[in-house]
Design a protein around this ligand. Sequence first.
Ligand code: ARG
Length: 260
Amino acid sequence: MKFKKILAAVAAMSFAVAAFAGCGGGSGSSSSSGAKTLKVGSAVDFAPFEFQDETQKEYQGFDMDLIRAIAKEMGSEADIQNLGFDGLIPALQSKQIDVAISGMTINDERKQNVLFSDPYYDSGLTMVVRENEESIKSFQDLKGKKVAVQVGTTSAEEVKKIGNVEVKELNTPADCFMELKAGGVDAVVNDRPVNDYYIQKTGATGVKALAEKLTAEQYGIAINKSDAELQKKINEALKKLHENGEYDKIFAKWFGEQKK
Ligand code: ARG
């Protein structure tokens, strides 16, 4: 217990230091080396794509490794800010950030407000229910039930389309899973790889993921609507990483030998 507390305190301190270093660019790293900074926004609440590991000061995950590799390829450095998922597109529009990488699904509605890179990951929505749940076997069974989703996501949108579902929009997927365990909702709808990781890798108990997919979706990196030049550079870098095997390495690190 005590050890955990100390760990948490150390982690908190290192985050504070990291945040500080990110502010002024003072410690002579990126600016003095001549590398330009790519300002990246992400909702760091979505393992294995973006998450915080108490024992490490850098944000972890597939997206984090990918955007660092893309930035490097472009001769710059990624400076990653943690923002709420529903704040990412506004942050792009106000130019607080240059790009957003956050397991963000490419769709027409978002395309009205931002540009997207080429797709970099195939995903889709599944649901998680309590282990002893008998009455929910498919998405249609959610009618008349309470369902938690992360606010601003495709899950929120898709679940509303089912109709007659009481939708609870919470800040993070972790909040949704907690609500499910506490009995406040009957199901969580969220991205398949994140649900699978939650069940398999975090030792979650008392819950299960169902196999049925509600949608097929692809993730893209979002870019300010007026920055077609940056979109081109990101796509070139992404293509290069596919060609030189770096993408496959990052993929294998987070998803093993699973099919792409
Ligand atoms: N793919 C879904 C969407 O684009 C969910 C993404 C949530 N990402 C996150 N980092 N929490 O709406």
